[in-house]
Structures are given as C-alpha cells and as structure tokens.
Design a binder for this molecule. Structure first.
Ligand SMILES: Nc1nc2c(c(=O)[nH]1)N[C@H]1C(S)=C(S)[C@@H](COP(=O)(O)O)O[C@H]1N2
Ligand SMILES: [Mo]
Length: 541
C-alpha cells in the first residue's frame, strides 16, 4: 500500500529506506484528518448562515470556553490581550482542533471507525455547546450536525478505497523531477490531492457562510436610519479648561473608535431596533414592554460620564469618557413602581449576559440611562446597539448591560448575575484610580523640567486632588484641570523640576471628593477592582 518512489534512489519503488516510507504515510493520514476538520468547519459555518452565527460549532465551543474558564484565566486574558482576547481564543481553538484532527487522521490509518466516531463526538460537543447557550433554539443543533456529517464523510472518502482510480488517471505519474523529496505515489498521491482540494473547498464554503451570515445579520443600515431626537435635557457645556493639552495625554472625550471594549460576546449580537423591545418586570406594580420608538419618545437626556472596567489594572487603559444620550432609567423604574423588598435590577442582554445593579444605587438621585447613543451617534454594535444601561459610579460589569433586552427588579437572593456567580463583588463601586499617561513607561526624557500628566477618576465621587512624587521623595500637588463633575475623570499635570540624569520612578495618587486617599497597597482586579499607586520608571539622559 505504501509505495513511495524517490528519483535519487536507483531501487525500484517499494524498496526505499523504511524510515522514509513510514514518514510519508502518517503525514498523508494527518492531512486527511485536517481535511476532515476543515470540512467540519466549512459545513458548520455554512449551516450557521441559515440558523444563527452563534450556533456555529467553533463559536459555540468558544463561548462555552469563555463561560467555563476559571476567573483567573478570564482576568488574565482580558489584561494580557484586552480587546484582542477573542481572536486569541479562536486562534487557540483552531490550533487545538488542527492538532486533534491530525492525530485522528493518523488513527484513521489503523482504526477508521474509531476515528470517524471521534469526529462525530466533536460534532456532539459543538451541539452540546450550542444548545447550552442562554438563548439557544433547537435549530442551533444543525450547524454541528452538518459539521459532524461533513467531517465523517470526508474522512471516509479520503481514507477509503474510492481514491484508487487507477494509474491512468493520476495527473502526476512517475517520480518528481525537481527534487529528491519523497513523493507519495498511487492512491496516496491522490489522497493528498483530494485532501488539498477538500481543504480549499471547505475554506471557500466556510468563507461564503461567514459572508452570508454577516450580510443576513447586518444592522448597519438600520443603525444609520436611527433618527436621534434632540435631548430634552442637554448636558451642561464642559468647562473650557477640562483637558490638559500635553502631547501624549489622551483627549478628555474619548473618540468612539478608541473607546475600550470588554465583553464575553464571541459574535456580536446584531439587533434591528424595529425588532427590539425591552421588558421591565419583576417586583414592580406596572410591568412595561417598550419598543425602540417608545424609548426615544420618553424624552432623552445627555450624560457626560467616564465608564471603566473592573478588570483594569493599575495604570491600565480600560476607561473612557463619552457623551451618552438616553432615557432616564430611574424615571422608568418610578413609572413602573418599584415594590418594597426590591434589591437589585438585573439587566439581561440578547446574548444572555446578566448584570445586576443595586436598586438603592439606582434610586439614590444619580443619573442613570438607557443609553441609545454615544458622542452624538447611535451606539456602535460593539458598544451595545440599540440600547444599553449606564450607571455612574459602578464598574461596567454591574451597571452597563450592552444589547439590553430585559430588566428584572428582584432580590439579591433570587438571582446571581453572571459575574457575581463567578465571585466578583456584587456592587462594583468604582475605586479611585490615577494614571500617569506622560511620560510613557521607560521613556527617555531630557534633564531639567519634565512635564508629568495623567488622568484620575473616582466616578460619581469625584477627584479632589492628585499628588506626584519622584523617587519616594515628598508628595507634590499636581495641577488639576477644570472639574467637569463627579461622574467624569479629571486630567492633571505636574512640572517636575530639576530632573537629573539617571533612572527615576514617578508615582501618583489621587484623593477622591470624600477625602479618601488612594491606598498604596496593590491588589489585583479580582474581586472588586485593583488598588494601588501607579508608577512609571523613566530614564533622564
Ligand atoms: N451584554 C454584555 N454587556 C456587557 C458586558 C458583556 O460581557 N456583555 N461586559 C460589561 C463590562 S465588564 C464592561 S467593563 C462594559 C464595557 O463596555 P464597552 O465595551 O462599551 O466599553 O460592558 C459591560 N456590559
Ligand atoms: Mo468590565
């Protein structure tokens, strides 16, 4: 069966050194396994175009991995890869799948039935993952079934006798003229060609499936068609000196394109506002069901606010400031009539995320929005189109449900939202943070006067002071930019004079408006937000 020819050898085919003959067989077998996996992915993506993109086996298994990943792994992924965490996860899944498929191909050389059964089992895993998603529907089974069917059929075909078509149909008869490389002949050559063709066809099928589901689910036209009414209650103008103009310091208002993104959504929920509705129910006197136009008709208000993520490390980038536009959430709660005993409001997103906000916080007089726009434009899909919540003072994971479809007023005992179930703090009050943006870590700066600048936030409490010190020396008051209100971050600058050549450590700490100084002790983000002073080491040359 393993007839391998080699031009450099004068021996007749079949008399080659055994090591080379053996090397070609498993490689071809592994390739057949890879082709079967490619068929699975291609068929799965194609079928998902007709069901839902979330039901594609790879996406479903990835989503299950996100939900099942231990908290430490999730926190590490967010910190290490940030918004790129999803690409890294998918890359990892494809790598593991590729290795497993190659191994199954080799197994198929000896036990074809067992290999086919294991491919089918992978399909079963995809089906289980798809059906275990929070919003699963029975048809979510289909992409995994297509994937398993495709893989088993391709494996059976590639490893079976059908490819022995006879030498006259072989497009490359005889040994290679170009090199002395071992080239499989006969059935194996045809298997290699067939496997290659299968991989190409599967890639085309999968790509077509992706393109089709992107087109079917596209909401960009619906988003462009949203007509935002002028705010009934505009935000007060920002003080002129709200931003410090120092090169390297981020702008006071974060451009939407630069706004950080943190979520568990491997495929973005794409919701047409015409098909969207929001249910408010639970411990209320008058449950509500409102559509998007009803929401816009409630009378919108603007809110300038700094949103931040609990997973942000000291000095990290996961905070941004934007002008939100939306309907008042406290007003809607009052309209529904919150009953006594209500403790938390659980927001649920279209993809099944649950985020719990204390009712007491929502009704203590602060502004909170059912936001539909940021910086004057309908929410981008990745930031929650068509509607999300925003509650100043709380980290995103307890306040900022994107792709919001349901609000339930309930008790703490009745429901543990997604992150609380994973051990994160129930309230998620934003801790005081100060970040040195300029100079950058390990920057080289000239001696003499060095401008130090940064951003500090203690959302909803406000920033009263920022202090800076160099090499553990005395703390000096930084100069604060104008205060735009407690719900917004505050930029600051400090003139470090007499910088001498060498390596220096700059540290910053903020005091919030309650008078509490940021603690020095470094704690990690889990379970209630990072603490500690940010420091930057620079070299004066
Ligand atoms: N549906 C949904 N909403 C979500 C999340 C999520 O994973 N899914 N993540 C939350 C977290 S942890 C944060 S910090 C904010 C981030 O919002 P952004 O991506 O618009 O910056 O969204 C919150 N809302
Ligand atoms: Mo977050």
């Amino acid at each position: 069966m393993r007839t391998v020819t080699d031009e450099t050898s004068s021996s007749p085919p079949g008399a080659l050194p055994r090591a080379r003959t053996r090397a070609a067989g498993p490689a071809v077998a592994a390739l057949c396994g890879l082709a079967a996996a490619a068929a699975a992915v291609g068929a799965g993506e194609a079928a998902a175009a007709f069901t839902r993109p979330q039901a594609s086996p790879v996406v479903a298994i990835g989503s299950a991995a996100i939900d099942l990943a231990p908290t430490a792994v999730k926190a590490w992924a967010v910190q290490r890869f940030g918004t790129g965490d999803k690409a890294v996860l998918l890359g990892g899944i494809y790598t593991v799948m590729g290795l497993a498929a190659a191994a199954l191909g080799v197994l198929a050389g000896r036990r074809r039935g067992a290999a086919a059964a294991l491919f089918a089992a992978f399909g079963g895993l995809g089906a289980w993952a798809a059906l275990a998603r929070p919003q699963a529907v029975p048809t979510d089974l289909l992409p995994s079934a297509a994937a398993a069917g495709g893989a088993v059929a391709v494996l059976w075909w590639l490893t079976g006798p059908a490819l022995s078509l006879g030498p006259f149909l072989d497009p490359f008869p005889g040994p290679s003229r170009r090199s002395g490389a071992v080239r499989p002949a006969g059935p194996e050559r045809r298997r290699v060609l067939a496997a290659g063709a299968t991989i190409g066809a599967a890639a085309a099928l999968g790509t077509a499936g992706r393109v089709l589901s992107d087109r079917r689910g596209d909401v960009s036209a619906a988003r462009a068609a949203v007509r935002l009414p002028p705010p009934l209650r505009p935000a007060p103008p920002l003080p002129r000196a709200v931003g410090a103009t120092v090169p390297g310091l981020p702008p006071f208002i974060t451009p939407t394109a630069d706004f950080y993104r943190v979520d568990t959504a491997l495929t973005l929920p794409r919701i047409d506002p015409r098909a969207w509705s929001l249910r408010l129910h639970g411990l209320v006197d008058r449950p509500l069901l409102i559509g998007f136009d009803d929401l816009l008709a409630l009378g919108l208000e603007e809110l300038d606010h700094t949103l931040s993520c609990v997973s942000n490390e000291v000095g990290g980038p996961y905070a941004g400031t934007t002008r939100w536009l939306g309907a008042s959430l406290p007003a809607l709660l009052r309209r529904a009539g919150v009953r006594s005993g209500a403790e938390q409001l659980v927001g649920r997103s279209q993809d099944g995320m649950t985020i719990g906000t204390p009712v007491e916080t929502l009704l203590d007089g602060r502004r909170a929005l059912l936001a539909v726009a940021m910086n004057g434009e309908a929410l981008p899909v990745e930031h929650g189109f068509p509607c999300r919540t925003v509650v100043p003072g709380l980290y995103g994971y307890t306040s900022a449900t994107k792709w919001l479809v349901d609000l339930e007023v309930t008790t703490f005992a009745a429901r543990d939202p997604y992150w609380v179930r994973r051990g994160w703090d129930r309230t998620g009050e934003v801790r005081t943070a100060s970040r040195i943006d300029v100079p950058a870590p390990f920057a080289r700066v000239p001696p003499g006067d060095v401008t130090v600048a940064g951003t500090a936030w203690a959302t909803h409490r406000g920033i009263a002071a920022v202090e800076v010190r160099v090499d553990g020396g005395p703390w000096r008051q930084a100069e604060l930019a104008a205060d735009a209100g407690p719900d917004l971050w505050r930029q600051w600058t400090h003139a470090w004079t007499g910088a001498t050549p060498g390596t220096h450590r700059i540290e910053a700490r903020a005091t919030d408006a309650t008078g509490a100084v940021q603690p020095e002790t470094r704690t990690p983000p889990y379970p209630s937000g990072a603490t500690g002073w940010h420091s930057v080491v620079v070299t004066v040359t």
